[in-house]
Structure formats: C-alpha cells, structure tokens
Design a protein around this ligand. Structure first.
Ligand SMILES: *[C@@H]1O[C@H](CO)[C@@H](O)[C@H](O)[C@H]1NC(C)=O
Ligand SMILES: *[C@@H]1O[C@H](CO)[C@@H](O)[C@H](O)[C@H]1NC(C)=O
Ligand SMILES: *[C@@H]1O[C@H](CO)[C@@H](O)[C@H](O)[C@H]1NC(C)=O
Ligand SMILES: *[C@@H]1O[C@H](CO)[C@@H](O)[C@H](O)[C@H]1NC(C)=O
Ligand SMILES: *[C@@H]1O[C@H](CO)[C@@H](O)[C@H](O)[C@H]1NC(C)=O
Ligand SMILES: *[C@@H]1O[C@H](CO)[C@@H](O)[C@H](O)[C@H]1NC(C)=O
Ligand SMILES: *[C@@H]1O[C@H](CO)[C@@H](O)[C@H](O)[C@H]1NC(C)=O
Ligand SMILES: *[C@@H]1O[C@H](CO)[C@@H](O)[C@H](O)[C@H]1NC(C)=O
Ligand SMILES: *[C@@H]1O[C@H](CO)[C@@H](O)[C@H](O)[C@H]1NC(C)=O
Ligand SMILES: *[C@@H]1O[C@H](CO)[C@@H](O)[C@H](O)[C@H]1NC(C)=O
Ligand SMILES: *[C@@H]1O[C@H](CO)[C@@H](O)[C@H](O)[C@H]1NC(C)=O
Ligand SMILES: *[C@@H]1O[C@H](CO)[C@@H](O)[C@H](O)[C@H]1NC(C)=O
Length: 747
C-alpha cells in the first residue's frame, strides 16, 4: 500500500517537473559600433552621438547632424547647452540653463534657448518666478509669432507671512508650460527697484536687493524657500526637453529613405506637433533607432502565466500553458488551477487516488488473507490436521473432539490478552477463554516448537480426546492452524493442588481426609492413563501444580504437554529428560529411559508434598533439608516422621494412616524403578485408605516395618541417608546440557 502511494507521488512530481525551454536574451546595444557611449557620467544613446565612429567606415555616430553632441572636459554639450541626461524611451533630454534675473535695469540676465528639434517639456517642467513685487515671462516664437506666458509675485509690506516650500504667489509664483515652446527667452522684471525691508514669519529680514529670478525648471528640482528672497542660490537649473526625429509625420516619413524606426519598432507622432518618435513594439525592448529585441517575458518576470514554468517565450510575446493532464490556459487569470476546472481535476485526481488506494488496500488485504489462509493450511497439515480429520470422520461418537479455528480462539481469549493468562509453565502458557457458546475453557499454547513432535500431534490429540476419566482434565478440542497447535481443555475453576495445600487455612482431620481423597483421585487418574487408556500414556510431569481442583475439590490431572505414548509392545522409551526439578525420577535422569515408574516417582513426591506441605526443592534451606524427598526419607528411616509432616496435621486418629501414606510415598520414591509399586497399586492402596476412613471397622494389617517407624520419637534433625543415591539433587551441576529441566515453582 505504501509503495503504491509513493508511485502516485512520483507521478505527480514527474508531471510538475516538465518545464519549458528558456532562451537567453542578447545584450542591448545603445550606440552604434565604434562610438563613444558616455561622456562623464552621461550616457549617449543613439540617435545621439559624438562625431564619427572609430570603425574603418568612420560613419557618423548620430542619426542626423542635429543629434551631434560634443564632450568637452567630461561635460556633454548640445550646442551651447550642457546635457545632463538623455532618455530614448521617453524621448527627453535634461539640460542645464541659466537662471534669468533682474535687479535693476543695469543688472539683469535674459536666458534664451534655441531648442531646434526639441520642445520644452510641458509635463516635466514649470515656469517659476521668485521675488517680491516681481513678474517673469516666458516667450516662444512659433510660426514667426511670439507666445508669452508668465506669473506675478507680490510681498505685502512688513507683514509678510510666507511658508517655505510653497510657491503660492507670495514671494514665488509658478505656471505650467504652454504647448509648442521652442526657441524660448525667459525674462524677469520688478515693479520697484528700491530697497526695502521685509519681515518673514515675524522676524524682520533686511532684503539686500529687490532682484527677481525667472526660470523653467524640471519638476521637483526647485523648492522655494524664503531665504531665496535674500539671496538666490542657483545660477543654473535643469529643464527637460522633448525631442523628436525628423520634421514630418509618421505617414510622411515611413516611405522616406531616412525613416529612423528600425526592426520591431513603430512610429509615433500622436503628441507631437513636429516630427515623429520611434518606439519599441510591445514585447520588445532596446533602442528603436538601432532595432528592438524581443523581451523574454518568462525570464524577466513580466509574464502573465501562473508560473515561470508554464511560460513559453515567443517573438514579442509569450505563451502560457498548462502541464499535461491539466486544463486552463495557464494565465494568472485562469491558470491551471482555475476554480471550477481545477476542482474537477482535484476531485478527479483525489477520487482516482482514493480508488487506487482502496483498491490496492483491498487487494493487499485479500492477498494477506490468502497468505494467512495458506499459512494456516500449511500449519494445519504440518500439525497432522488431515490425519485428525480422517480419524474423526471414520470414528463416529468415539471422540467428541472439536477443531477450532484460530479466529475462534483469538476471539475467546481477546487476542490472547495477557490478563487472561491463568498459568505459565515450562511447556507453555494457559489462557482462560470464553467461547461463543458461553463455555469457559482453558486454552493452552505450547512453547516448544518441535516439528517432529507436531507430526505426532494429531495422534496424540486423538488419544487424549478419548480419555474420559472424571479425574483427568477433559480435552475439548484443538486448533491446528497456528504454528504451535493450541489445545482447548475444560476449565477447572479452583486452581491447583499446589495452591490449595500451600494456602489451606484449617488444619484438622478433615484437611487430611481431603488430601487423601485428592491423592487417591489423582492416583486413579494416573493409573487409568498408564493401564486403561487405549495406548498407555506416561504423564511425565506429575506435580501438585498439574493437579487441578474443581469447585468440589475433585482432582483433575492436567497438562499433558510432555506426555509420551508408550507403544504397546514397549515398556520403556528413550527420550530427552523432561519434567520439573524436584519431581524428576533420578533413574530416568540417569538413563533417559522413560517408564511409567517415572510418573510413580513423581507421584511419590506429590504424596510427600501432601504430607509435609513443603516445596520439593528449596535452594534457600540448609543442605540436608534442601531436597524434600531426601529429608523425608531420612526422617522416615529414623522414625522421626513427625519432624517432617506438616505441624498439626497428625492426630491420634490418623496417625496410623499417615504412616501408611508415608510408607507408600517412600515406596514410590525407591531409586530402582522396578521396585516401585505400579500406579494401579498406589491407587488401590490410597483408595483403601479412603475406605478405611469411611469405614473404620475395615482394619488394615500392620507390618513390622511400620511399627518400627512409628516407635521412634521425634527429636533431632534427620540426617539424609545414602546421599549418593540421591545424586540428582546434589549433583545438579553435573547434569548434562541436553538435560532439560523446568523450574516450575508453582503459581
Ligand atoms: C550590437 O553590438 C555588437 C557589438 O558591438 C554588434 O556586433 C551588433 O551588430 C550590434 N547590434 C546592432 C543591432 O547594432
Ligand atoms: C565625419 O565623416 C564625414 C563623412 O562621413 C566627414 O565629412 C567629416 O569630416 C568627418 N568628421 C570628422 C571629425 O572626422
Ligand atoms: C572646451 O571648454 C573650454 C573651456 O572650459 C573652452 O575653452 C574650449 O573652447 C572648449 N572646447 C570645445 C571644443 O568646445
Ligand atoms: C575641466 O573641468 C574641471 C572640473 O570639472 C575643471 O577643474 C577644469 O579646470 C576644467 N578644464 C578645462 C580645460 O576647462
Ligand atoms: C536620466 O534619465 C533616466 C530616465 O528618465 C533616469 O532613469 C536616470 O536616472 C537619469 N540620469 C541622470 C543622471 O539624471
Ligand atoms: C529657432 O531658432 C533657430 C535659429 O535661430 C531657427 O533656425 C529656427 O527656425 C527657430 N525655430 C522656430 C520654430 O522658429
Ligand atoms: C529697514 O530697516 C532698518 C532697520 O530695521 C531701517 O533702519 C531702515 O530705515 C528700513 N528701511 C526701509 C526702506 O524701510
Ligand atoms: C507677528 O507679529 C504680530 C505682532 O507682533 C502678531 O500679531 C502676529 O500674530 C505675529 N504672526 C505670527 C505668524 O507670529
Ligand atoms: C548686499 O548687497 C551688497 C552690495 O550689493 C553686497 O555687498 C552684500 O554682500 C549683500 N548682502 C547679502 C546678505 O546678500
Ligand atoms: C523639493 O522638495 C521635494 C519634496 O519636499 C523633495 O523631494 C525634493 O528633493 C526637493 N528638491 C530640492 C531641489 O530640494
Ligand atoms: C541650487 O542651489 C542649492 C544651494 O547651493 C543646491 O543645494 C541645489 O542642489 C541647487 N539646485 C540644483 C537643481 O542644482
Ligand atoms: C485565458 O483565460 C482567461 C479566462 O478564461 C482569459 O481571460 C484570458 O484572456 C485567456 N488568455 C489567453 C492568452 O488565452
């Protein structure tokens, strides 16, 4: 699923990454080749130029002689005027002109300007007169007629209030420039030539003169100040001239040989009363008198596209486009993400993606499910499922075994929730489960993954399912779909014998009777397993923790995780030593030969445990008491039984019975397996004890051995007997690696 998402993402990235090809624009030429391009700080663009070019043809650098300039001592001169700046696109030239003044009839200056092809720019200039009781005028000759404009400024005695910076008619006046001003003369006049005192802003200022000043000045280049009435600061001020080419209209000029507008330019004579101008066409830039070149709008950012990526430069223009798979014309107005179209596209893409993702997820899930089913099938076969099924179909009624699915058991245990664990041992984990049909079961999950064992598993399940004994935990079914088969047992609700005896509160005669009954029941169950089941079964892990109790304290032998079947023609089989430390048959440990007598030994330990309520092996105790069985046997031998049996359990009534019980335990614990009684004999003897309890008149024989054991009093510590014969406890360290010992310390 993740991979699919990444693929979709990559697709989007690829679409976005498609970008148009871009071209580099050529450098702009401002002058003809071989011509001086600057004078001082001032650039000299064509059609203006200075003299002839330095190229071999020595052609003039200017378009017409009227554009011929001079550069003297870094000062650019156009005739007599100093040029400050030349702009071709605006068709303007900034020049310096002298300020006209009039102080008296002997002290004055009149500025004149022969403009030739140019006009005084109306937009860029103002005509200004500064002075008190003064006026100035601007004269121009046009078609041999003189046109005049001007303004008048007055000051009012000593109460003159003038704001700096405003040319409002008091101390300073200004007028706009009329059209067609060429060949101008500027004159300044005063109404009076006498000296006078003036006060400015209530401060008396002695006007040193009555001079007036008149000039045409570029907007923003002269700001009136009252101090200028005392003394005028500038001898020269800039003004702006509009220039044109030729002296005819566009229409008249285009056919002429000296038509100045080069490629990609057009002719403009709209606001001109004289000549024409050349302008670069839209989308081109540069010098129209040299030829305009295309503007790469995409690169310069002057495009109308949503993004530079969707811009394609064309001659004089550019095109916008949208990446493949998107609609719209790619302009900023519409874009590739124009609302309605884009929404559709987005919805489409989103829907597509969702369908893709959902589809893929479904496919993935189906695949996973199939894989899981296959795996389950594999495990089922591996665990001998088909053998089991075959068996079930051929044998009706004989076995009530049910085959559970993994799903059912997962549900029953809330996906094997840890809080539902009721037991954990060397052989696996037991969960309490609640089946859909309200049955409460114990589900055992094995720890050991032994493939060879799994093959036998089905057979074992079949056999176990046929065990129908009231003191054996009933196997209800199994699940073979998991790697480790799961077993489903009836749920026995009152815990283990181990827990029971170690937590028992009241210690009295009834306590003992219950223990005898439980022992008899457990022995009966084991006897049944050994001799009455269809195939003899050796439990291999007999211990108090594996004897469960139901609500009437009826014993139920459980945990066949380590059980072995004994083929009918064999009485012993070699296996890996397995079991719980403390209960292990030393003979079995030594020889690895498993017989039914190993269970008898372990059961003997259980009997001792019932007598003593001590754990079979405690590392924390002194050496001689560490092994419960050794300690017990020693005490028994020395006639100090009361040293070892649970304090308070023995009384006059049961004294004899406890002795019998102890001797039975001792028999079970014989080192030589063959000398031990069979489980059947043990069961019968225990059953006999129960009956005696119920019917005291059934008297049992008393053998001399017992009498001897009872006679001895209880005093000191019982010394272990032949310790070498109990090597499995003290020789713990010498146990080989292949010996598998589970330390089940109970729960
Ligand atoms: C611009 O200048 C370069 C080098 O000076 C020259 O080769 C080119 O022809 C010029 N272009 C124009 C349009 O004059
Ligand atoms: C410039 O060239 C013209 C002819 O093209 C010539 O008449 C003139 O004398 C030359 N001027 C200079 C300063 O060389
Ligand atoms: C250059 O200017 C100087 C004065 O600054 C003047 O004497 C001279 O004649 C000028 N030359 C030209 C070619 O205008
Ligand atoms: C050239 O101009 C500089 C200042 O701009 C001035 O000092 C110098 O005297 C001038 N030379 C001539 C020959 O006019
Ligand atoms: C010349 O004029 C152009 C355009 O009007 C302007 O950008 C430039 O700053 C001016 N240069 C000077 C030295 O005034
Ligand atoms: C401006 O004066 C010049 C020289 O004095 C003259 O050639 C030109 O015709 C005049 N222009 C106008 C429009 O009168
Ligand atoms: C100007 O003021 C000075 C002193 O304030 C005075 O002496 C003088 O007479 C005044 N002149 C005129 C013409 O008012
Ligand atoms: C100037 O002075 C006069 C009299 O001294 C006074 O009435 C007037 O308010 C003052 N004006 C200003 C602008 O200070
Ligand atoms: C006033 O005029 C005289 C002569 O006209 C001059 O010497 C003096 O410097 C001027 N004073 C001011 C402040 O302009
Ligand atoms: C005139 O005033 C304007 C606005 O206050 C300012 O931008 C400009 O630079 C001033 N010009 C001069 C020559 O002082
Ligand atoms: C006029 O003169 C003043 C004072 O010297 C100066 O600051 C200003 O720049 C001048 N104006 C121009 C346009 O040259
Ligand atoms: C692109 O589409 C918008 C809106 O539909 C429209 O206004 C614009 O003129 C179109 N531009 C081009 C170059 O087609």
């Amino acid at each position: 699923m993740c991979r699919v998402l990444m693929l979709a993402l990559a697709l989007v990235v690829v679409i976005v990454a498609i970008a148009p090809h871009q071209t580099l624009s050529a450098p702009l030429n401002r002058t003809l080749p071989g011509c001086k391009s600057t004078c001082g700080n001032v650039e000299i663009p064509y059609p203006f130029g200075i003299g002839n070019s330095s190229t071999p043809d020595q052609r003039p650098c200017f378009l017409k002689p009227v554009f011929n300039l001079a550069c003297n001592n870094s000062t650019l001169k156009w005739g007599t005027v100093t040029v400050l700046n030349i702009s071709v696109p605006a068709h303007q030239v900034d020049v310096l002109q002298l300020v006209s003044w009039f102080c008296n009839s002997e002290d004055y200056w009149e500025t004149w300007l022969t403009t030739g092809i140019s006009r005084i720019s109306r937009k860029e200039n103002k005509f200004i007169t500064v002075g008190c009781d003064s006026y100035g005028n601007l004269n121009s000759v046009y078609n041999d007629k003189t046109y005049t404009t001007g303004c008048l400024t007055r000051c009012y005695g000593n109460a003159l209030v003038i704001d700096d910076g405003t040319c409002s008619g008091i101390g300073c006046c200004q007028v706009d420039i009329p059209p067609r001003m060429t060949n101008i003369t500027i004159k300044a006049f005063a109404f009076t030539t006498s000296r006078r005192n003036i006060s400015i802003n209530n401060a008396s200022v002695i006007s040193n003169s009555t001079c007036s000043y008149s000039f045409v000045v570029k907007n923003g280049f002269y700001n009136f100040s009252t101090t200028h009435l005392k003394s005028f600061p500038n001898k020269t001020l800039p003004l702006v001239l509009d220039w044109t080419v030729g002296n005819k209209s566009c229409d008249d000029s285009k056919s002429r040989g000296d038509y100045a507008c080069k490629e990609n330019s057009y002719c403009d004579d709209k606001d001109s009363d004289y000549g024409y101008r050349c302008m670069c066409r839209d989308g081109y830039e540069g010098n129209p008198y040299l030829g305009c070149i295309d503007i790469d709008e995409c690169k310069t950012g002057h495009h109308t596209c949503v993004s530079e990526k969707y811009c394609l430069n064309t001659n004089g223009s550019h095109k916008c486009f949208c990446p493949k798979g998107q609609s719209g014309n790619g302009t900023k107005e519409e874009g590739c993400h124009k609302k309605d179209v884009v929404t559709k596209v987005v919805i489409g893409v989103a829907a597509g993606t969702i369908i893709l993702v959902v589809g893929t997820t479904l496919l993935y899930l189906i695949y996973q499910k199939r894989r899981l089913n296959k795996l389950r099938e594999k495990y089922f076969q591996q665990n001998g499922g088909s053998i089991l099924l075959q068996n079930l179909s051929t044998r009706e009624n004989s076995s009530q075994i049910q085959i559970f699915t993994e799903e059912q058991l997962k549900k029953a245990t809330n996906n094997f929730d840890e809080s539902l664990i009721i037991g954990k041992g060397g052989f696996g984990t037991v969960y309490k489960g609640h089946l859909a049909d309200n049955r409460i079961v114990a589900i055992k999950k094995s720890k050991i993954v032994d493939k060879s064992q799994n093959e036998q598993f089905a057979n074992e399940v079949i056999v176990l399912s046929q065990i129908n004994h009231r003191n054996v935990v009933k196997l209800l079914g199994c699940c073979l779909e998991t790697e480790v088969p799961l077993l489903v047992y009836e749920f026995v609700n009152h815990g283990t014998l181990f827990d029971f005896i170690h937590t028992e509160r009241n210690i009295n005669d009834a306590t003992w009777k219950t223990r005898v009954r439980i022992a008899a029941e457990a022995a009966g169950a084991l006897s049944y397993l050994h001799s009455e089941a269809s195939i003899p079964i050796i439990h291999r892990d007999v211990k108090t923790a594996n004897i469960l109790l139901d609500n009437t304290y009826t014993a139920k032998v459980s945990d066949f995780g380590a059980s072995r079947f004994v083929p009918l023609d064999q009485t012993e089989i070699a296996t890996m030593v397995q079991g719980t430390f403390g209960y292990l048959d030393p003979e079995y440990m030594r020889t690895s030969q498993l017989t039914e007598k190993s269970d008898v030994y372990s059961f003997g330990v259980v009997l001792v445990e019932l007598l003593t309520v001590e754990k079979p092996y405690s590392f924390g105790k002194p050496e001689e008491k560490r092994s419960l069985t050794n300690h017990f046997l020693s005490c028994l031998k020395e006639g100090r039984l009361s040293d070892v049996v649970q304090v308070g359990i023995m009384n006059e009534e049961n004294k004899k019975e406890i002795m019998e019980f102890s001797i039975l335990a001792a028999k079970c614990l014989r080192l030589n397996g063959e000398e031990r009684p069979s489980m059947k004999e043990v069961a019968m003897e225990l059953e006999g004890m129960r009956l005696t309890e119920k019917h005291p008149w059934i008297n049992t024989f008393q053998n001399p051995e017992e009498a001897h054991l009872l006679q001895k009093g209880s005093s000191s510590v019982c010394e272990p007997g032949d310790s070498s014969s109990h090597q499995y406890t003290i020789g713990y360290d010498s146990i080989n690696d292949h010996v598998q010992i589970a330390f089940d310390d109970g729960r």
